[in-house]
Ligand binder design. Structure first.
Ligand code: PEP
Ligand code: MG
Length: 589
């Protein structure tokens, strides 16, 4: 009897963690929490309702504690994230406001919680910075957990999974992911989440293919559906046809072989054929990511984004808390360099119980502007970084410098922080290198002036492209303009690099442009001294460097400079270099 096969369905999401896997779907839904009824609570029952809410929070906390105590050894380093969720349970914005809403509006706890959580989430989502935006998911996960306790709905225990499956969920909380038995999970697929979400960070750290932000995954996929996950391109195929299966099985094998070959060679120096050692460094958000940098052959940390430690907490971290985290990373990496970037945050949104009224935060009191306006926040971080410098090779990096005055003011504060350490008798490296991020066009045009105040520059192409083209980093409608290879960007990089050579300071790159090997010949040709990227991208870039000759890339630049569009430059690169990494070349668009 002929078997009628359902037609395959393809979904496109965010390519959060590379690799291909093929397997059966295992859905872990948040069933039961989406329908929330509202009902009136009379005066005499208000305290009882509040108590019911507090019991649900306590239940959620006990669950998280139990999970945290039973985290398997290989995931223990992520228990910090669970701690963060435990703190969030009692966060003023969520906890106190829910109680106030029950009291003031005489509504049931479920309704009050849903209302408050929605407000807090939309506040985070309105922040243009992608990283902060995604903190909305933490609020959602925490409130979902309390909601489950209020409504008595069971959450499936991930530990019960006994076969190798692909997890499909609306979202996966750090508590969920920490329960995962790594040899049982082949991949992650979620409706929510983005590249900077915890799920994504953990998937990359565990090297599990993941496609996130699909929006309709849980409604389109059923338990036991056969799935193909291509975490490299962000594609999920539901119930693939025979031919697709064969095609992706071949790709899966090719990718696995390619990865083995890369990883095998990842510890080799990234030395060009003509003997120039180009340092390839890792970008990290969490201290836990240091192990990936080491395992994948990083020459150091080129960008340590420090925002994470300021999020999801009722108050700012103390100098000692910051110092302990920085020291941990610095000591592990020593003698290799760790470039700690000071807080790059929008307005005062780092403080959990405040909100900003800036209309256009991307052009507002962000990053260094915010820090200069808040010495009470900035100085403890400067002191913590300086103190960590006594334990290894630390460089400090200042984000979003847009005028000469700013770097002068910043250096003044750094000096004051150093003097205060002298007075306290605390050690630090008096010769710590000071870097300026070049990520706004004004910084490019005054690069010669800024170079007088810096030991190195680090080009942040993510923002440089955004601010140069007036294109929001996260807006899909104008994404066609967001192109690193546009002559406008290439010319800026060339200008900055030429200035650095003249002024005899080093020039690095830590934006996403540095992590795509197709760009490597241009970056080498332009004289970028160090490339810093997500650790997973390092092996491919190192391999590309080893196949190039600096001399040849320099002469290649004169051809590049004649081209007039990003597509022309890409075509030129592909015609010249795609044979070096054929597996990657299929992704170059
Ligand atoms: C950049 O802007 O290129 C950069 C590296 O910083 P972030 O992505 O953190 O803004
Ligand atoms: Mg930036």
């Amino acid at each position: 009897m002929p078997i009628t096969k359902s037609k395959e369905i393809r979904l496109k999401g965010i390519n959060a963690s590379p690799g291909i896997c093929i397997g059966k779907a295992y859905l872990i839904g948040s069933e039961g929490v989406d329908v929330v009824e509202t009902y009136y609570i009379g005066d005499k029952d208000l305290q009882k309702e509040i108590k019911r809410f507090k019991t649900a929070v306590k239940g959620a906390k006990d669950e998280l504690r139990a999970i945290s105590e039973n985290v398997p050894e290989d995931l223990r380093k992520y228990s910090d994230i669970i701690e963060t969720h435990m703190v969030l349970l009692k966060d003023k914005m969520l906890y106190d406001k829910t109680i106030d809403t029950i009291k003031n509006e005489h509504v049931n706890a479920e309704w009050a919680l849903r209302k408050v959580a929605t407000d807090v989430k939309s506040m985070f989502k309105s922040i243009p910075d992608g990283y902060l935006k995604e903190r909305a998911y933490d609020i959602e996960q925490v409130s979902d957990r309390i909601m489950h306790n209020l409504m008595g709905s069971d959450r499936k225990n991930l530990k019960e999974i006994s076969k190798r499956v692909i997890l499909v969920a609306h979202d996966l909380s750090p508590a969920d992911t920490s329960q995962i038995e790594i040899d049982r999970i082949m991949g992650f697929v979620t409706d929510r989440g983005g590249r900077a979400s915890h799920t994504s960070i953990i998937a990359r750290a565990l090297e599990i293919p993941a496609v996130l932000g699909l929006e309709t995954a849980t409604s389109s996929i059923k338990n036991d559906d056969l799935l193909i996950i291509d975490g490299t391109t962000g594609i999920v195929i539901i119930n693939p046809e025979e031919q697709t299966l064969v095609e992706f099985e071949e790709r899966r094998i090719r990718y696995a072989e390619y990865k083995i070959a890369f990883i095998k060679n990842s510890q080799l120096r990234a030395e060009t054929k003509d003997g120039v050692h180009v340092k390839v460094m890792g970008n990290i958000e969490l201290p836990e990511e240091v192990s990936s940098v080491i395992d994948l052959g990083g020459d150091g940390i080129g960008l340590y984004r420090t925002e994470f430690q300021y999020l999801n907490r009722p108050s700012f971290p103390s100098e000692d808390q910051l110092f302990t985290k920085y020291r941990e990373v610095v000591e592990i990496m020593a003698p290799k360099p760790v470039t700690i970037r000071t807080l790059d945050i929008n307005g005062d949104k780092a403080i959990a119980n405040s909100s900003s009224d800036e209309e256009n935060p991307a052009l507002g009191l962000r990053a260094i502007r915010y820090c200069l306006s808040r010495p009470d926040v900035f100085k403890p971080q400067l002191r913590a970084i300086l103190r960590a410098s006594a334990f290894g090779n630390v460089r400090i990096l200042f984000p979003l410098i847009s005028s000469y005055h700013e770097i002068v003011e910043t250096r003044k504060m750094l000096k004051e922080a150093a003097h205060s350490l002298d007075s306290d008798g605390l050690a630090y490296n008096k010769n710590m290198e000071v870097g300026v991020m070049i990520e706004v066009p004004s910084a490019v045009t005054i690069a010669d002036l800024l170079a007088n105040e810096a030991d190195f520059f680090s080009i942040g192409t993510n923002d440089l492209i955004q601010y140069s083209f007036a294109v929001d980093r996260g807006n899909k409608q104008v994404a066609y303009l967001y192109r690193a290879l546009d002559p406008a960007i290439i010319r800026m990089i060339k200008h900055v690099s030429d200035v650095c050579k003249k002024k005899n300071i080093k020039v690095f790159m830590c934006g996403e442009m540095a992590g795509d090997p197709i760009n490597t010949p241009i970056l080498l040709g332009l004289g970028i001294d160090e490339l810093s990227m997500s650790p997973q991208s390092m092996p491919a870039v190192k391999s590309m460097i080893r196949s190039l000759e600096v001399k040849e890339t320099r002469s290649f630049i004169s051809e590049v400079m004649e081209k007039v569009t990003a597509s022309d430059i890409l075509e030129l690169l592909k015609s010249r270099y795609s044979n070096i990494l054929p597996e990657q070349a299929s992704l170059w668009k």
